[in-house]
Design a binder for this molecule. Structure first.
Ligand code: XMP
Length: 518
């Protein structure tokens, strides 16, 4: 594996993604990882990320000196290059301003071993790279050479005399660095000499072994939401220890049109007797009656879920020995966030709706997807034979339609919203745009506006349509629909959904807006 030491760069996750995309396993660890632990990981190479600091800042992150002395190749990116160069005797200088944006990188003729970072590049032939740095290298360490320069950086890429330490002033991991992927792959394959042998089938096989070792003959329960993460988690466990898993699907009455039936159909089929469906719609809707504050709604839904799930798991219905384990679909970005240099980022909304479940039920966690990114989870799902539609569906929030019918939640409004949402998604699918859009949905607004339908004046509800493009939901842009798709959606909703006479399209990006309206 490759170890990435994180110095707080906003791009650290991207480095990991690029390495994984090259089918090489990697893990991100904090910059101050204990050198003994680093050694125990037996990395084939170490990447030092960039970071927002100057090495001269008072509280700049410094790794343990010993962490830079393993007998493996090192790649330093930006701030990481400064650390590598300094540790070998190079001289850094604090720049008066940050260099930020695109630059033309020109590789120079490398007379070295030939097994290097710029194999496949022609000397003198420029390529665009993305710069974002403050400190600058003033003098190379003894014996080091320059591999490439830009107009402002004479040392844009450097290497030690044996070629096992390399540094890049720019960010090869971002898409704006045209041939960044090739440079990273050269580091992996030519400098570290690792093979691209990390595959999803390999991941599934080793995850199965790990689950067996962790749970022995213990029983496991898993909450299935119909989403990708919980479904793949459950499918992996089912494969590892068939007969020891119980999947509980709680229908909270806040799902989209026909969603509950589809989940029961698809997942019920897949998990057979190990699938339990709990219809708790009345309980959730009663608990939500009259509540208008979005955070309050989330809390009520989270609490009710825990109660219902706990009861369902303990009920005689399960007729099994009580569970010792709770399976959760925690993904790598959550794990990274919890070990991040910057600490968990400020939560704008309380998204972790079911926190507290393992403590309340006194269960040990099984989290087989902890090392995976979302697209890798989908690939694992394909290997496990889960239905394609399920793996590629848009994200859907835990509190469901409760945060899309603004203000207090009631059955009539939920029905209106379900119909409008179904029309919108149908039109998106019909236009072949579903996979291009990251998330799309309808929102029912708590206002009435005047309209005219036939010879009558109406005073009816407004539906807002939202569709976004995004990488991870953290930032988003509104989706540029062909006008006819919007037109068809709007006119069908106003004509077919009783109680709606007006449709608007949301063209806010995130930030400053969020994806959901509540
Ligand atoms: P926001 O609205 O915060 O949404 O920009 C970002 C992503 O998170 C989803 N979302 C939630 N997911 N529980 C969830 O499980 C929640 O309370 C919640 N609120 C928002 C949202 O759908 C989008 O994908």
């Amino acid at each position: 594996m490759i170890v990435i030491l994180d110095f707080g760069s906003q791009y650290t996750q991207l480095i990991a993604r690029r390495v994984r995309e090259a089918h090489v396993y990697c893990e991100i660890h904090p910059f101050n990882l204990d050198p003994a632990k680093l050694r125990a990981l037996e990395p084939a190479g170490v990447i030092l990320s960039g970071g927002p600091s100057s090495v001269y800042d008072k509280d700049a992150p410094h790794p343990h000196a010993e962490a830079l002395t393993l007998d493996v190749p090192y790649l330093g990116i930006c701030y990481g290059m400064g650390l590598l160069a300094r540790s070998a005797g190079g001289v850094m200088a604090r720049s008066s301003h940050r260099e930020y944006g695109g630059a033309e990188l020109v590789p120079v003729h490398d007379t070295g071993s030939g097994r290097g970072l710029f194999d496949g590049f022609a000397a003198g032939e420029g390529t665009r790279v993305w710069m974002s740095h403050g400190d600058r290298l003033e003098a190379l360490p003894d014996g080091w050479t320059t591999l490439a320069h830009t107009e402002n950086s004479p040392y844009a890429a450097i290497r030690s005399s044996d070629g096992r330490r390399v540094g890049l002033q720019f960010h090869p991991e971002v898409v704006h660095s045209e041939r960044g992927r090739e440079i990273l792959e050269n580091f992996l394959h030519r400098v570290c000499e690792v093979k691209s042998d990390w595959t999803m089938q390999g991941f599934v096989d080793s995850a199965v072994e790990r689950i067996r070792a962790q749970v022995g003959d213990g029983q496991i329960i898993c909450g299935l939401s119909g989403g990708v993460d919980s479904s793949v988690t459950a499918a992996l466990i089912e494969k590892a220890v068939p007969g020891q898993l119980t999947c509980v699907f709680v229908d909270n009455g806040l799902l989209r049109k026909n969603e509950s039936e589809e989940i029961c159909d698809k997942l019920g089929n897949y998990f057979g007797a190990d699938f339990v469906h709990v219809d708790a719609a009345d309980r959730f809707l009663d608990a939500l009656a009259g509540v208008t504050d979005p955070e309050q709604k989330r809390k009520i839904i989270g609490r009710t879920f825990i109660d219902v799930f706990d009861e369902a798991s303990n009920s005689a219905h399960l007729e099994r020995t009580p569970a010792r384990f709770l399976a959760q679909g925690t993904l790598y970005p959550d794990v990274i966030e919890s070990v991040s240099v910057k600490g968990p980022s400020a939560t704008i909304k309380s998204h972790h709706n079911v926190g507290g479940l393992p403590e309340r039920m006194n269960l040990e966690l099984v989290e087989p997807l902890r090392e995976l990114f979302k697209d890798e989870v989908r690939a694992a799902g394909e290997v496990l034979g889960l239905p394609h539609d399920l793996l590629w569906r848009h994200p859907f929030p835990g509190p469901g339609l409760a945060v899309r019918t603004l203000g207090s939640v009631n059955r009539e409004d939920l029905d209106i919203l379900r119909e409008a949402d179904a029309v919108f998604i149908e039109e998106i699918r019909r236009a072949g745009l579903y996979d291009e859009i990251w998330q799309a949905f309808a929102v029912l607004l708590p206002v009435r506006t005047v309209g005219v339908q036939g010879d009558f004046r109406t005073y009816d509800r407004v539906v807002a349509l939202r569709a976004i493009t995004s990488e991870d939901g953290m930032t988003a842009d509104w989706y540029r629909f062909p006008h006819d798709v919007l037109q068809r959606s709007a006119s069908r909703i106003a004509n077919e959904v009783e109680g709606v006479n007006r449709v608007v399209y949301d063209i806010s990006s995130k930030p400053p807006a969020t994806v959901e309206w509540e």
